[in-house]
Write a protein that binds this ligand. Structure first.
Ligand SMILES: Cc1ncc(COP(=O)(O)O)c(C=O)c1O
Length: 260
């Protein structure tokens, strides 16, 4: 494998040996042992700090797209209006994903070398289209751009849009993410970019409103996400090695903008 002093790639990034070593550990049954729940809870706590949120955190085994799809599939039904604010491949792509689920999608599009810079255009679209969900991408990895999200959050609040969905797969852990301040209901991250873990974990914050609005069987229902119903044992396959790898990466000082 070729290595570069500064790998100018969007990820997956090089995984430090300490994190790779976690995968060599053996692990026991989620039916008989409680360690996984403890690990899950500690990791949730750290991810809340990374997202600067009080909302619940759901962690899943799977690449970043799993978080993107599960949030859309859990919260949308055909006919829901979705306003996709798009400045790059992923922003436009999320609009297409919502459309494929039967949502009525309107795109407010910018070119790939722009960031969100015309709130008046977005405001007019929200006022006219009255979306149930606004979607946006924080860091558009292929373009290398970072979108400001505070203005979108204010518009969401002013127009009482129920759900604000943000892909920060490439931002989480690398730059501040202020999910609560920016009014984000579904904040989506992945393990393999700024967090320097392998590409097999995704996670999202779920606001109470997003949780209540899950209209069909929520894709995150199989994870021990709800503290009030959290079991001491779980009947699903525990994702302990990947969970441990993520937890380990979250404690590395050079992986995150915000230290533990
Ligand atoms: C902004 C953004 N969102 C989502 C994804 C999807 O993540 P994954 O490749 O882990 O499925 C990527 C991956 O490059 C990304 O850059």
């Amino acid at each position: 494998m070729k290595t570069y002093p500064i790998p100018m790639v969007p990820g997956p990034v090089r995984v430090p040996a300490a994190i790779r070593n976690v995968y060599l550990e053996s692990y026991g049954s989620g039916d008989l042992e409680t360690d996984f729940i403890e690990l899950y809870t500690r990791t949730q706590r750290r991810l809340k700090e990374i997202f600067t949120t009080r909302d619940d955190i759901v962690i899943m085994s799977g690449e970043g797209m799993l978080a993107l799809w599960s949030a859309l599939k859990s919260c949308l039904v055909p006919g829901d209006r979705v306003l996709a604010v798009a400045t790059g491949v992923f922003g436009y792509g999320i609009g297409e994903m919502a459309q494929s689920l039967g949502a009525d999608v309107k795109i407010v599009g910018f070119s790939y070398d722009e960031t969100i810079n015309d709130l008046a255009r977005i405001e007019a679209a929200i006022a006219e289209f009255k979306p149930r969900m606004i979607t946006a991408v924080h860091c558009e990895t292929p373009s290398g751009t970072l979108n400001p999200l505070d203005g979108l959050g204010r518009l969401k609040q002013t127009y009482q849009v129920p759900l604000f969905y943000v892909d920060t797969v490439a931002g989480a852990g690398g730059v501040p993410v202020l999910a609560d301040d920016w009014q984000i209901d579904l904040c989506l991250g992945g393990s393999q970019k700024c967090l320097s873990a392998p590409p097999d974990m995704s996670f999202l914050s779920v606001s109470p409103k997003a949780g209540r609005s899950s209209k069909r069987w929520a894709m995150w229902a199989t994870t021990p996400s709800n503290p009030s119903t959290r079991p001491s044992r779980i009947g699903i396959s525990p994702i302990r090695p990947v969970g441990r790898a993520l937890r380990h990466s979250l404690s590395l000082p050079d992986c995150c903008w915000k230290k533990a």
